[in-house]
Every structure is written in structure tokens, then in C-alpha cells.
Design a protein around this ligand. Structure first.
Ligand code: FAD
Length: 690
């Protein structure tokens, strides 16, 4: 095993030679409890490389667009502009990110490779583009691109009508930089309670935009330092009546991009944990007049001084407005999976090169990847990254087809919440697996963690997104309950009703043989049972709390714990289901057998993480739980033998890795020293002492 890990890496002559490695490998192999490889017929390194190619192709099905990827790689290989210099100050970073955005605007959008209109025409092009951009060391670029093109640009495209669409070529080319001003100092998640006002003036056919209170100040607004125009979410007031929140185009700077327009105040919200290349700011409006045509009027318009909307219910209208902004959420799931992969590549390559301790105090040491504690941490994460790929491919396809907006909404919300949370926690662990080297800025973990952490908050706070998933499931449950015929997302409930009533067969709860536990059927049954039970329990809990409180808001809040559990369980059920479907469809035997093991590990690991539920529900007897723990360990050990191949199969672009711990050449210590280099700069204190 050690040989396999090490032979994929270039040897360092100063430490150990290939013969020594072989000796270590042989010696350690004898200690390994489960020395089997993924491939039934282990082949040489060349065939493994082709496996990585095949895995890479599998993970981007439906959004390949090699022309877009190649062009982006060409643009981003200019290291004078696209480099992750950790020593740049905030202002320099912001200028650099702007230049990077403009390079992509000109190289990709101006050439017509991707368009904002692809949001509807061909979203797979946008996903392919983001799949490369999200691998760049500094996610400020990805965030700024999303803000300009897929929040501001998407607002113009999705909330506006034809007269607004003529701005799209200017926006995507970077000639018209815009920001997306939704959040306020006093309100983030509760967008329906925003306070900024847009009051209609019938005399001039204009709206007057105002920030009535300090708490109404637009806050966190990305691109606020560079934008000349903003899509502002404000309450539409007409004839003294509040028609609730709509979106307006409000110019904020003169065309020179520097001077503010009258009535506009803008400031910097300052340095952040990460993403310091993004110019997040605050904006206030004082009697700023805009033509009535600047209302993005797809869902509500003012003609001849009269307000009208194709959607009568204000809450449904508002939900429709927000639903249009789903692209950001989807790209976060895609981008965050890439971040998880970057973290995994670094930790795995590092762990295969880092030697600590050995069987004897004087003899050779072994790679830290050989330790079961390491394997138990890394391998379920690698399996998760592949599971996320499977569901991403499915989500991408559904987003492309757009046949069931409700399903896309639930899936995109659940996945964004689950993947960003999982990745944030995982990266902390991966950093720890790299020891002190992980803590150095040069490891890249600091930047990865800071980036992914905010993904839990923006584009919808995770707890609120999971509540939306739970709410949708309960609504569907209520609708289909009377007919006892569950369809679509809730099909699994139909299969489980008798089980939930009569309870589990005691023989099944005890069955602990490998064939049973490793079968896809067991994994699916477990996931579906858990979701079904939690759905019914959630409905009962909300109903019981309502009976007690007679207040639906209070009843919902008192049920939050189980509702969040339900949303997570449901999302994991969909992930496992789609992962299995994808594997069953896979024709290549090598890919299928590799993914099968990863899926077994992913499924069993989820069950292991939620033992409390499964044991309390009498789904698993003690012996079965113990057998699962043992199998998880075995799978981790087996899969770790091919860990380097598996992370190479992620298909991350090597030229965007930017961490000396995770470079493919394996010159670990030389790369670290090269990157750190230099001497201490003498500071004033030292100078004064000398
Ligand atoms: C770096 C960065 C960039 C951003 N860029 C932009 C931008 O360009 N444009 C823009 O408009 N906005 C932007 N935002 C704002 C972002 O969208 C909001 O921060 C986000 O929507 C969350 O809102 P909040 O910060 O007000 O959190 P809150 O809504 O105040 O949430 C705080 C906490 O309370 C919890 N909570 C709130 N309500 C409930 C509830 N009902 N049930 C249970 N728990 C609850 C949340 O889970 C969370 O843990 C950005 C934010 C950041 C950090």
C-alpha cells in the first residue's frame, strides 16, 4: 500500500530512495488488515491515469464545454494576473480581482462563449465556467463574478423585461459594473421586511428612493466600490399603499465610475475573514429619483400611475421574485464541492509524502496516510466529494431542463446548505491533518476555510434554507396525505408506510453480514426509512405544538430541531439515490467498481453519523451497528490505497492548485521552502534597537 501511495509521487533523493520505499511498503503491508485494491485486476500506473480521466469525465457530465474550460485555463494561466499572493493588501486585492473579472469578461463573455442569457438558454455553460473559476486560489474572483453577472445581471434578466435586457451585453462585458443591493444593516434573511422605500411620484412618473432609517442602509453590498449602477430591493409605495418589496435599477456613480451621483452615500464595510478582493460596501439613498421604467417589472409594474401584477398574492409574488435568484445558490454548491476537492487533494498528497514514526525507532518511517485515524477522516470526505459530484450532475441537468421549478428549488436549497456546512467542517479537519504545515498561509487552508465559511451565510443562511426544504416537504405531504399516494420527491414515503406502521422485521434489524450491509438496497432502504419517519414525526410535532400554542409561527419554531433533521435527511436520501442511479448506469467496469465502493462508504458513513436516530427507531440492533463501524473502517483502509488516484480523479486543474503541500510533483519540502523563501523584513522596532 505504501508503495502505491509513494510511487505516484516523485521521490526525493535527499530523504529516501525507491528501494527503501519498497522495503517500507512491504513491511507495512504486512501490518495492514485489509490489503485489497479498488481494481479487481490491479494494473500499472498508466491504467490508473486513465481511470482518473474517466472519473473526471464522469463528474462533469452534462456541463463539459471543453472550449469554455480551455479558454478559461488559457486566460488564468497568466500568473502575472491570476496568482494567489497572500501578502497583497485589501486595496491591491480589490484592484487585482477587478482586473481578473475584466479579463474573463473580455475573454469569455465578449467572445460569446457564455452569456447572461444562458441562465435560461444553456445553464450548463455557466456551470462549466464556474467549475474552473471556483478552483482559483482566491474566491474573490468567483464571488465578484457571481455578484456582477449572476446576481445583478440575473436581476436585470430575470426580474426585468425587454427594455432592461438591452443592458446585458454591457453588464457581462464589464463595461457596466453593477451591484446587487438586497441586504440591509437591520435585515438579512427576512427580506420581506426590508425598509428602503421606492415611492412613486405621479407628477414626474418617477420613483424616489430613500433610506428612512439607519437600519435601512444597504449593507454587505459586493461590487459597491466599483459599480456605477445597483439593483436595489425596496418597498414599492404607490398612492400611499405599500405593494411590498420590488427591485429597481438605481444609478449610483457617474459614468467615470468614481464620482457618486447626488443623494448617494457609499462606504466600505471593511476587511473580512476572507474574500478581501471583493469590495463589499454600504449604500444610503436620499431622495434619489429614477424613471418609473427603472422598476424591474416582470412581476409587478406601474403603468399610467397604476400598479398591477400578474401574481395577485403578495407572498406568492415575492416568492417568485426571490426564486429567480437561484443561480447563485447552485453555483455555491458547485464551487464549494471544488473547494472541498482542493482541500482533499492537498491533505491527501501531503499525507502520502509526510513520514512520521515507523515500526522501529531507528528504521524508516511510514506515511501518515497509513494511519487508520487519517484514513477514517479523509476517505469518507473523498467519498462525499464523489457523491456531491453525482448530485451536482443531476441538479445541473434538472436546472437545464427546468421542468419542475419546485424540485430544483428544494434540491438547490438543501444542497447549498449541506455541502457548504460539510465542506467548512471538513476543511478544518483537513487542515489539522496537515499539522503545522496546514496552519501556514502557504498551505492555502486559511483561504479555503474563509471562503467556504461565508457560503453558509450568503445566498440564503443555511438554517433558513433547510427550513424551506422542510416546509416544502410538509406542504407536499399534506397535499398527498389524503390520497395516500405519494409521488415525485415523496415517492419513498409510499414505499415505507407499511414499515412505519408495523415496524421493522426483527431479523432484518439484526442482519449484519457484509453482503446485506454493502448492498445498495440496504443503503437506500435506510435513507428512505429515516426520511419517511422524520417526515411523519415532523408533521406530528408541528401539529402537536400548534394545538398547544394556537400560533403557527410559535409551533413551527418549537419544531425546528426535527425539521432541520428532516431537511438534512431528505437531502442525503436524494444524494444517495442519485449516486446509486448514476453508478448503475455507468458502463465502464473500472469506474463502476470504484464508485460502488465510494458509494458504500458514503452511505454507511451517513448511517454511522446518525446512529442515534437509527438505534432509537429500532432500525439497527447493536450487533448491526458494530458491523457497520467495522465495515466503514475496512472501506476506508481499502480505498486509501488508491487515495492519490481518487483525488487526481477529481479533475482539478493542476496549475490552479497553489499549495506547496498539494502539488502533483510531490516535491513537498522543496516546494514549501521555495514558497516561503525570503528573510524577515526588519521592522521599525528592531531597527530602533540596532
Ligand atoms: C461576504 C459577504 C458578502 C455579501 N454580499 C452581499 C451582496 O452582494 N448583496 C446583498 O444583498 N447581500 C450580501 N450579503 C449579505 C448576505 O446575503 C446575508 O448576510 C445573509 O442573507 C444572511 O443574513 P444576515 O447576515 O442578516 O443574517 P441573519 O438573518 O441575521 O441571521 C443570523 C443568524 O440567525 C439565524 N436565524 C435568522 N432567522 C432565523 C429563523 N427564522 N430561524 C432560525 N434561525 C434564524 C440564522 O440562521 C443565523 O445563524 C453578503 C454577506 C457577506 C458576509
Amino acid at each position: 500500500m505504501v508503495l502505491k501511495i509513494m510511487s505516484s509521487f516523485k521521490m526525493e533523493s535527499s530523504e529516501i530512495n525507491a528501494n527503501d520505499a519498497f522495503k517500507i511498503g512491504k513491511g507495512y503491508n504486512e501490518m495492514l488488515p485489509f490489503p485489497t485494491a479498488i481494481n479487481e485486476n490491479p494494473k500499472d500506473q498508466t491504467s490508473k491515469l486513465s481511470l482518473t480521466e474517466k472519473l473526471k469525465n464522469w463528474s462533469i457530465q452534462g456541463f463539459e464545454h471543453h472550449n469554455i474550460r480551455d479558454e478559461l485555463n488559457r486566460i488564468m494561466s497568466d500568473k502575472s494576473l491570476f496568482h494567489g499572493d497572500v501578502n497583497l493588501g485589501k486595496e491591491e486585492q480589490r484592484v487585482q480581482t477587478l482586473k481578473q473579472l475584466l479579463a474573463i469578461a473580455q475573454g469569455i463573455f465578449d467572445k460569446g462563449l457564455v452569456q447572461i442569457t444562458d441562465l435560461r438558454e444553456d445553464p450548463s455553460k455557466i456551470l462549466a465556467m464556474m467549475d474552473i473559476v471556483s478552483q482559483f486560489d482566491d474566491d474573490s474572483l468567483m464571488t465578484k463574478l457571481i455578484v456582477n453577472n449572476f446576481l445583478f445581471g440575473a436581476a436585470v434578466f430575470n426580474l426585468g423585461t425587454e427594455r432592461h435586457h438591452k443592458l446585458l451585453p454591457e453588464i457581462q462585458s464589464g463595461r457596466l459594473l453593477g451591484c446587487f443591493a438586497m441586504t440591509e444593516l437591520g435585515h438579512g434573511s427576512n427580506v420581506r421586511s426590508l425598509e428602503t422605500t421606492a415611492t412613486y411620484d405621479p407628477k414626474t412618473n418617477e420613483f424616489i428612493i430613500n433610506t428612512p432609517l439607519r437600519t435601512s442602509t444597504k449593507w454587505w453590498i459586493g461590487n459597491a466600490g466599483h459599480a456605477t449602477i445597483s439593483s436595489v430591493f425596496a418597498r414599492l409605495i404607490i398612492d400611499g399603499k405599500d405593494q411590498e418589496v420590488h427591485c429597481f435599477l438605481v444609478p449610483i456613480r457617474k459614468s467615470n465610475g468614481i464620482d457618486l451621483l447626488p443623494g448617494i452615500r457609499i462606504g466600505d464595510v471593511g476587511a473580512k475573514f476572507g474574500l478581501n478582493g471583493v469590495d463589499n460596501g454600504w449604500i444610503q439613498f436620499e431622495n434619489v429619483r429614477i424613471p418609473a421604467t427603472n422598476l424591474l417589472d416582470r412581476f409587478g409594474s406601474v403603468e399610467g400611475g397604476v400598479y398591477s401584477s400578474p401574481i395577485k398574492s403578495p407572498s406568492r409574488r415575492f416568492a417568485n421574485i426571490l426564486a429567480q435568484m437561484i443561480t447563485g445558490r447552485i453555483t455555491i454548491s458547485f464551487g464549494t464541492t471544488r473547494t472541498l476537492k482542493s482541500g482533499l487533494i492537498i491533505a491527501t498528497r501531503y499525507a502520502s509524502k509526510r513520514l512520521q514514526f515507523g515500526p522501529t525507532s531507528t528504521g524508516p518511517e511510514i506515511p501518515i496516510l497509513s494511519y487508520p485515524t487519517h484514513q477514517l477522516t479523509i476517505m469518507p470526505m473523498i467519498a462525499s466529494a464523489y457523491a456531491f459530484d453525482a448530485i451536482k450532475v443531476y441538479l445541473g441537468r434538472r436546472f437545464q431542463e427546468r421542468t419542475d421549478e419546485a424540485e430544483i428549488h428544494v434540491l438547490a436549497s438543501g444542497l447549498k446548505a449541506m455541502i457548504s456546512q460539510y465542506t467548512t467542517v471538513s476543511l478544518m479537519e483537513l487542515r489539522r491533518l496537515c499539522g503545522g504545515h496546514g496552519y501556514g498561509s502557504y498551505s492555502r487552508y486559511g483561504r479555503l476555510i474563509a471562503t467556504v465559511d461565508v457560503g453558509r451565510t450568503f445566498e440564503g443562511d443555511n438554517t433558513l434554507l433547510l427550513q424551506q426544504v422542510a416546509k416544502d416537504l410538509l406542504t407536499q405531504f399534506k397535499k398527498e396525505y389524503s390520497g395516500n399516494k405519494f409521488t415525485g420527491t415523496l415517492k419513498y414515503l409510499g414505499k415505507n408506510t407499511s414499515l412505519l406502521i408495523s415496524g421493522m422485521n426483527p431479523l432484518t434489524t439484526m442482519r449484519s453480514d457484509d453482503a446485506h450491509l454493502l448492498s445498495f438496497q440496504f443503503l437506500l432502504d435506510s435513507m428512505e426509512f429515516r426520511s419517511s419517519k422524520l417526515l411523519i414525526q415532523s408533521a406530528q410535532t408541528v401539529s402537536k405544538n400548534y394545538k398547544q400554542t394556537k400560533d403557527s409561527f410559535a409551533a413551527w419554531n418549537q419544531s425546528l430541531e426535527i425539521l432541520i433533521h428532516l431537511a438534512k435527511a431528505h437531502t442525503e436520501t436524494v444524494i444517495v439515490t442519485k449516486f446509486i442511479e448514476s453508478i448503475n448506469k455507468e458502463k465502464d467496469i473500472e469506474v463502476r467498481s470504484t464508485l460502488k465502493k465510494l458509494c458504500q462508504l458514503y452511505g454507511l458513513y451517513i448511517i454511522r453519523q446518525d446512529f442515534e436516530f437509527f438505534r432509537n427507531s429500532n432500525y439497527l440492533k447493536k450487533g448491526k451497528a458494530k458491523a457497520i463501524i467495522k465495515l466503514v473502517g475496512q472501506l476506508c483502509s481499502e480505498l486509501s490505497q488508491n487515495a492519490l488516484v481518487l483525488v487526481k480523479g477529481f479533475g482539478n486543474e493542476e496549475h490552479l492548485m497553489e499549495s506547496p503541500l498539494g502539488m502533483e510533483d510531490g516535491d513537498l519540502y522543496e516546494n514549501i521552502c521555495k514558497q516561503v523563501g525570503g528573510n524577515f523584513t526588519r521592522n521599525n522596532y528592531l531597527n530602533s534597537k540596532l
